[in-house]
Write a protein that binds this ligand. Sequence first.
Ligand SMILES: Cc1ncc(COP(=O)(O)O)c(C=O)c1O
Length: 394
Amino acid sequence: MNTDGFSQRILKMQGSSTLKAALAATKLREQGFDVIDLTVGEPDFDTPEFIKSYANEGLAKGITKYTPSAGLTRFKEAIADHYNRRYGANLAPNQIAASCGGKQGLFNAITTIIDEGDEVLLPKPYWVTFPEIVNFCGGKNVFIETEQTGFVLSADQVKDSITDRTKLLVINSPSNPSGRVVPGEEMRKIFDLCGEKGIRVITDECYLLFVYPPAETFTAASLPSEYLDFICVSGSFSKTYAMTGWRIGYTITNDAWTKQMVKLQSHSATHPTSFVQYACAKAMENDKESFAAVDEMLSEYRKRRDWFIPALNGVDGIKCAMPEGAFYAFIDVRDHLGEKYPTSEDFGQAFLEESAVVTTDGTGFGSPGFIRLSYANSMENLERAVEKLREFVS
Ligand SMILES: Cc1ncc(COP(=O)(O)O)c(C=O)c1O
């Protein structure tokens, strides 16, 4: 790669390992292989019809021009009202900013806080984008090991990692890649600790509604308003409503942090697409249809999870904790590592070449020895993938 003349900031940035894996799947498919792609980090459902029709309505009404950088007032009101109704929150529209997907909201939130040398706590395994944004800001990633607690972050683990340079903690629950959920009670302890120590928290809640009972959904937006003076919630329509291509999300925090993020956004993306904001506002105003759409997808994911995880654990030398949320299985393949496959990446590559099943290596998430399998895929493909894995390790 020609690196001449490019900034140090961008040269230090790693390409997304999840996108790399997806590219390997596309290449194999182009070569005519019958590929089972378990890399996909997006729902295998189409966007619900009622949301599509709201977008058409927005277009017909001529909502096709610039909106304020923070988003349409109707969008901000609809998000605030939705959280207030559903979670007993007490949000006002000035605490909401629309963003182009959760990813831009996270970028806005981290870059408005982190200066050179600031330490950012990232529990492992982390979503691949977090450390890259921190590096881009000149911050220092401080990773928290969580394997002892089955990849479920505890307040004690956070406490042990705090130094006088710690500025921010980034949490993602339900987690990509582990699917694990930090219980609400523990979250509250973590927030109280960070509040006491003057540490800000970004909580990436893009899988908020994909939680399987008896685990419970918990959003920091439902906490008393003083918590939002140091917490920023990142939300997204991408996974919840199968809208990954629409590029719409939002942040929830206090007015001051929101204003800084909106300033940044006003000099970059400006705002997410106007009629998409309109469609999402209308969807949030329609509890009946939006709850039904999520419930339908969730029950399908649950069926797959309930079959897939025990089936994976039934394969010789494969271990997987039961994920309480999201749509990923994060399997431990360390029993198979050694001379033949020194690393999980070698294991995944050999599995790909032998069985045409594409997976994502855990190293990019900070957990070598593990592999992420997405079950946002048909039952038929999941069954075939488990069979192929069984044959591969035998
Ligand atoms: C943990 C996590 N956060 C944020 C995102 C960003 O999603 P989007 O920008 O599509 O809202 C993703 C997408 O894969 C994710 O897995």
